[in-house]
Every structure is written in C-alpha cells, then in structure tokens.
Design a protein around this ligand. Sequence first.
Ligand code: FAD
Ligand code: NAP
Length: 338
Amino acid sequence: MKILKNISLKAYNTFNIDVKASGYAEANSVAELIDFVKEGHLRDNNVLILGGGSNILFSGDFDGLVIRNRIEGIEVKEQGTDMVLVKAGAGVVWDDLVHYCIDRGYGGIENLVLIPGSVGASPIQNIGAYGVELKDVFHSLEALDVNTGEVRSFGTEECAFAYRDSIFKKGLKGKYIILSVSLLLSRDHDPDVSYGAILDELKAMGVDRPGIREVGEAVTAIRRRKLPDPEEVGNAGSFFKNPVITEKKYHEIRNRYPDMPSYKGEPGLVKVPAGWMIEQCAWKGQTLGNAAVHDRQALVLVNKGNATGKEVLRLARRIKASVFDEFGIDLEMEVNVY
Ligand code: FAD
Ligand code: NAP
C-alpha cells in the first residue's frame, strides 16, 4: 500500500467538506492491509478508517493517516432450504449488497436499501431504517487489530449492538479495522412493512402482496423524495440521534406539546423524533452561513456549497442549544466528527 501525502478528502466525504489528509492510503485486499499494519505504519499515527465517508464530518484538515477501505467481494458461504449466509468485503458498497440480495431472493435487508456507505461501516452504528436494523440479520464480522495485525471474529453479542450504536463506537473505537461482514438472510422472507410510510407507498404502487423487491422499491421511492442526494447537496444523513427519554420526561413535554410524535422503546422509555423537536424550534429550512437545515427533514444538515466543517458544527451547536432550552433534552450527534 502506498502512502500519498496531502490529499484532498473532498471527494471522499458526502458532506463535500474540502479538507486535506496529511497521509492517505487505499486498502484493496486483506493481505496487503495485514502486511501494512504489521510493518508498523499505524503505530504512533493518528488513523482514520474511511468507507464511503457518509457518516463523517471533518472539522478541519486531518493530521494523520486516512486508510480508505476498498476490499471487495460478495460470496454465499452456506445455503440451506430457508436460510443463506452471505459474506461481503468491507469495501463493498452497502446498496450494491442490498441489490445483490434482492436479485437472488435473499430477504432481510430490503428495508435498508439506498443507505449510502460501505459494508464495513454498517456494524459501526448498527445501521437502521424503516423498522429494520443490521443486528436483525447480522451473523459475524472479521476485523483486524490495528496494534497486533491479528484477525479476529466478532459475533452479535461481542458487537454490543444498540440503537445506532455498537462496541466499535465505544470501547473498541479505532482499535479494529472491519474486513468483512456476514449476514444470515432468509430465502422465504416475509418483509416488514409495518413502518408507516411503506404501506402507503405500496398502496400507491398498486401492490397488495409485496415481496422483498417491491418493499425495496417502495423504500427507495420514499427515500428519493424525502432525503437530499449527496451527489447534489452535501450531507451525512441524520445529524443527530433520536433521543430515548423516560416516560416521566415524555409526559412533561407532552403536557406542553399534545401532538408530539413518539414511539415506545424499552420498558419505561420513549423515543421522540429529533427532527420534530428541531422543527418546533423553527430551524427547518434555516441557513447559517454556508450550512443549512434540510427543508424536508430537519434532522439532516446540509452543505449549501462551500461550507467548512466548523460552519456545520456551529449550526449543529445552535440547534442543540435551542432543543435543550425548549425541551430540556441534550441531542447526541450521530455523525462522527474528526
Ligand atoms: P464512513 O462515513 O466512511 O465512516 C463512519 C465511521 O465508521 C467512521 O468512524 C469510520 O472510521 C468508521 N469505519 C468505516 N469503515 C470502517 C471499517 N471498515 N472498519 C472500522 N471502522 C470503519 N445511516 C443509517 O443507519 N440509516 C439510514 O437510513 C441512513 N441514511 C442515510 C442517508 C443519507 C443521505 C446519508 C448521507 C447517510 C445516511 N446514513 C444512514 C448514514 C451512513 O450512510 C451510514 O452510517 C453508513 O453506514 C456509513 O458508511 P460509510 O462507509 O460511509 O462510513
Ligand atoms: P420518518 O418516517 O419521518 O420518522 C421520523 C422518526 O420517527 C424516525 O427517525 C423514526 O425513528 C421514528 N419512527 C417513524 N415511524 C416509526 C415506527 N413505526 N416505529 C418506530 N419509530 C418510528 O423518518 P425519516 O427521516 O423519513 O427516515 C425514515 C427511516 O430512514 C428512519 O428509520 C430513519 O432512521 C432512516 N434514516 C436514517 C438516516 C441516518 O442518517 N441515520 C437518514 C435518513 C433516514 P428511527 O430513526 O429510529 O427509525
């Protein structure tokens, strides 16, 4: 692997933030990545593993080594009458994997269609959408220890998946490079259409007995309408996580906002859409410098063209302060800031 110096990262992050990395290398195979780690290039270096850059905000130039994961390959490892075990390289585009599975009738990830980014990043925040999370189909992953160069396997328990969270965002942050992810999918899948907008979309499509392909198409249509395409306007999807609050806190807010949407979480807990709270604080569609709040979904912050990461962060902090003043809730950022 060759280390390039002073490389622009603008094309490698969907926020389109124009920053430079002092070192940049691409990994195209597991073998070369293992050699690279064992040669000691990661020791004493500030390291960032980059997939599609769709969940990242660069607040300035990156003083360290960026390793872009480009390890390809999708293979069926095992097949039974009902189940199939599919393994994909970390550099595979997540949406390509979803379509590979839909085309072969492997069900379970059709609700996760059109999520940008790489397979390798999918366990990091346990990607989720439309009522399905990665953990629902996760089997295992292989990861490289950045200190020793050893490869180990992680099962579901070890990943400690939670709502948009995993061990790789917490205790093991920056300690492993994910090399591949294996998913256990169903060959006779009954798709989950319980998430409100899907049923309406299927109805509009004239579909009353949907299979995984139709569900994938319905989710694609909803997402295309509602979310900004990073090819057209820089963004990293939801900027904040939806807060999960106690029932007591929920009732306090509900007294002031009887129309507040909410979803039951673990016993005693309630999930409240952060986008709704941001909207109540009148931020939807607002601009601050070159950063803005998307006009169709207030949870998404966008780059109006030449925003710096600092400008986006300034907007995010202003939003956080407004939501805290109005609701007493401290929004947590979902996007990884470097
Ligand atoms: P990156 O942004 O490159 O990296 C994210 C983090 O993971 C970084 O900390 C990075 O260091 C780490 N990382 C990446 N690859 C590896 C690896 N191989 N090993 C170790 N660490 C690694 N997310 C959802 O959950 N649901 C959605 O519905 C959704 N919709 C989105 C819609 C839009 C328009 C956009 C722009 C984003 C959306 N996202 C969504 C967020 C994002 O797409 C996901 O989090 C995705 O998994 C990020 O993948 P990536 O390869 O781009 O990761
Ligand atoms: P939405 O349908 O307008 O709903 C707003 C919020 O309410 C969502 O965030 C969702 O939480 C919650 N919600 C809605 N219906 C729900 C239900 N039946 N059960 C539980 N929670 C429900 O959301 P949206 O912005 O258009 O996004 C649609 C889906 O795509 C969501 O799942 C969202 O997470 C996902 N998405 C994620 C990102 C990202 O970057 N993380 C970006 C775009 C879209 P959940 O988020 O927990 O589902």
